[in-house]
Design a protein around this ligand. Sequence first.
Ligand code: MSP
Length: 612
Amino acid sequence: MAAARMNLSCSIQSGIFSSLKPSSFFNFKPTHFKYRLYLPQSHFISSKRSMLCTCSSNNSNFQTGEKAEPFVVTTPLYYVNAPPHMGSAYTTIAADAIARFQRLLGKRVIFVTGTDEHGEKIATAAAALGASPSEHCDVISQAYKMLWKDLNIAYDKFIRTTERKHEAIVKEFYSRVLANDDIYRDDYEGLYCVNCEEYKDEKELLENNCCPTHLKPCVPRREDNYFFALSKYQKSLEETLAKNPDFVRPSYRLNEVQSWIKSGLRDFSISRASVDWGIPVPNDNKQTIYVWFDALLGYLSALLEENEQPSLQSAVSSGWPVSLHLIGKDILRFHAVYWPAMLMSAGLTLPKMVFGHGFLTKDGMKMGKSLGNTIEPNELVHKFGPDAVRYFFLREVEFGNDGDYSEERFINIVNAHLANTIGNLLNRTLGLLKKNCQSTLVVDSTISAEGQDFKDTVEKLVQKAHVHYKNLSLSSACEAVLEIGNAGNLYMDKHQPWSLFKQGGAASEAAAKHLVIILEAMRIIAIALSPVTPSLCRRIYAQLGYSDDQFNNLNWSETKWGGLKGGQVMAQPKPVFTRIEQIKETENGGEAAKKVVKKKEKKPQVQGVVEA
Ligand code: MSP
């Protein structure tokens, strides 16, 4: 097996991000010379409130409820200035696990992802490579799609903000906001961070006016722009958050958002005179729509069906409102303040929840494309497979907090949990079953568990996992499922079925029942961990004698004890997860260079494995 060197170590920090004062975000001081915009009546939508859902402040839809409602989960739409890195993959992996869990519950899920393709930073990245913006977007957008495929991301909708249907939605939305008298023209002078695509308040900048996220100097800009009257929505936003504390999660991020709003909301500019690569402002093609105003609307345009005439009404009826926007904490203000205010202005229902997760970090800094300190997800996936990558990041980082990647920890966790606790337990149990029972279960799992505490333990842990998944505590959900594996290993060690088989007679019958118990636990693990490690769980399911179709149609209710029946024939034992081995290669200046390899797969040696 080819061994490749890996240079992926990075270190933990919570760093400078936590030291940013949230209140400073809203305190920029624009130089305003306001004048209202008057467009011909034909650009106004007449019966706008009757056409769509009501605004959320007095809206009963805000609560979850109606059974037929789909579960709509979104990732951010990723900038295509550079290919994806592990930080961007992280949100998508989490969204995929949540979507898979909801599908297991029997919900109709719409999982939305996509790419954010307009704006200055994309145009500059394309020019630097000698490509046109649209060629550049095609290439990078495709790179995202390929990574999602390699990571087993089962999205339902992929929206590109350069699609025509998206442009139609942006223009219609803009017109609705304009008709609501929430857009005006103004002069603006300030410091702009191109990487954030945002004017900054001087107070939040580092030395030399450097952006604290991207560590690059912000540039002075003076522009004549269109503004969105965010300040009008201050009170409604305050009320919405007070009434719906789950709108922003985790709760510590809600506090952050509330304090931003309390410190006073300022109107923000929603067009750029200096940027060509964007959607023209309706009735003023000298300006393009600000990339954030444009991109947020991707959550609506993504919902449109293929070949459907694009309109807000059809987008809304295809699944709005979103159940869960998953985002990183750096873009919380856009999603928890700007976005709801924009939706209120357009008379649309608010999303039900915005969850802001933490950062994956490297050397004390947020890992990011602009800083060039990223971990290459393709490298990780190709070396270790999608399950290891998905499992590590979801298990290791409590969803919401910042988290660390180190190669050593990655290998230790993945080997201990997936290769040993789960893979090895399954393999040695199937080995024993093959040797002693012709790979056939002797009895129903319900009967074999009679009088055993083990079944209760498993049921409690599955229930725990269910609660954690629902609550988006993905690491704790993984932990609960792994506990089933740990309990299974303890059970095996306690009952030592390999010795019982040697004794024959009643002991041998008891041993065969013990194997059924362990395999039933493995079946439950395969369902309960499938949102996180879908291919591994598919392999476990196949080892238990089930078809692909049976795996594809699983429902969470099948985690109930009793699925395996007597007479079911298991597959030939085959390792479901290969250990990653670290081999010390050379000593170089006192530092050991390591090779990281997947262990050679051995044919299972029943006795050896079992008794080791
Ligand atoms: N294009 C905007 C989002 C528009 S949504 C309508 C954008 N794109 S981004 O590519 O810069 O970032 C996308 C997501 O990746 C954000 O949620 C961001 O927080 C996340 N991450 C980028 N780097 C990250 C880490 N190092 N760690 C975890 N997530 C991080 O913002």
